[in-house]
Write a protein that binds this ligand. Structure first.
Ligand code: C5P
Length: 246
């Protein structure tokens, strides 16, 4: 088999389905690059706030997206540091407020277009795990493997609640469920790149699965596909022995 481009695994789903953690663990298990596309929309929303751009000014947001001065600095066994205009915004972009603002700007077609090539530039050797909403449908339609994660709103809100509590941020569960539903509605109903599984995506219901179990399930799918060359897995040589790579 001849591979024209670096292989990609896309992991899409609504917020709280666990896709961020699953994608990071998978990328590190495979020794692959990782794209957190949601972080790009969050950084853009933060940049808009910083520069006084209102969230419905599509033209100005498009320009901001095209010129976004953002860096993702990979760190060993930790999440990447995210630097906006020289400032570390890794934690600042994780608030519910920025998440909601991100979903508002993400509904604008010109904004999505302005971030497209930046996302595709993450495709690199030996491979890429791309986490988002439209990774399998729009950004990497030629991905070798597409995963779509599902979880009930209650389970997703509970996961988010525990995450925020761990970080000392206090919210109520009922507020979180309300916000999740609102964000889902915006993500699913927007005209461009709405949240939906690609036709060829493998759907995994994560409600009763741990992160490790979801990762194992995806590794199983990789094995089933046999679509990846052995050179795609530099740090997991045993993959070849397990029959996961050819
Ligand atoms: O995944 P995360 O919660 O960080 O994403 C924030 C928001 O960015 C989402 O609610 C969604 O509206 C938007 N987004 C998107 N397309 C992506 C990733 C995120 O529209 N590929």
């Amino acid at each position: 088999m001849i591979f024209q481009k670096e292989p990609v695994i896309t992991i899409d789903g609504a917020s709280g389905t666990g896709k961020g953690t699953v994608s990071q663990v998978l990328a590190s298990r495979l020794g692959w690059k990782f794209l957190d596309s949601g972080a790009l929309y969050r950084v853009l929303a933060l940049a808009a706030q910083k520069h006084g751009v209102v969230l419905d000014n599509e033209k100005a947001l498009k320009v901001l997206g095209e010129h976004l001065d953002v860096q993702f600095i990979a760190q060993e066994s930790e999440i990447s540091k995210i630097i906006l205009e020289g400032e570390d915004v890794t934690d600042v972009i994780r608030t519910e407020k920025i998440g909601n603002a991100a979903s508002i700007v993400a509904a604008l077609p010109a904004v999505r277009a302005s971030l497209l090539s930046r996302q595709r530039a993450f495709r690199d050797v030996p491979g890429l795990v791309a986490d988002g909403r439209d990774m399998g449908t729009v950004v990497f339609p030629d991905a070798e493997l597409k995963i779509f994660l599902i979880a009930s709103p209650e389970e997703r809100a509970l996961r988010r609640y525990n995450q925020l509590k761990e970080r000392g941020i206090s919210v109520t569960l009922s507020d979180l469920i309300k916000e999740l539903r609102e964000r889902d509605r915006r993500d699913q109903e927007r005209a461009v790149a709405p949240l939906k599984p690609a036709e060829d995506a493998v759907r995994i219901d994560t409600d009763h699965l741990s992160v490790e179990q979801v990762v194992e399930r995806i590794l199983f799918e990789i094995k089933q596909k046999k679509a990846f060359p052995a050179t795609s897995f530099p740090i997991t040589i045993e993959f070849v022995e397990m029959g996961i790579a050819e």
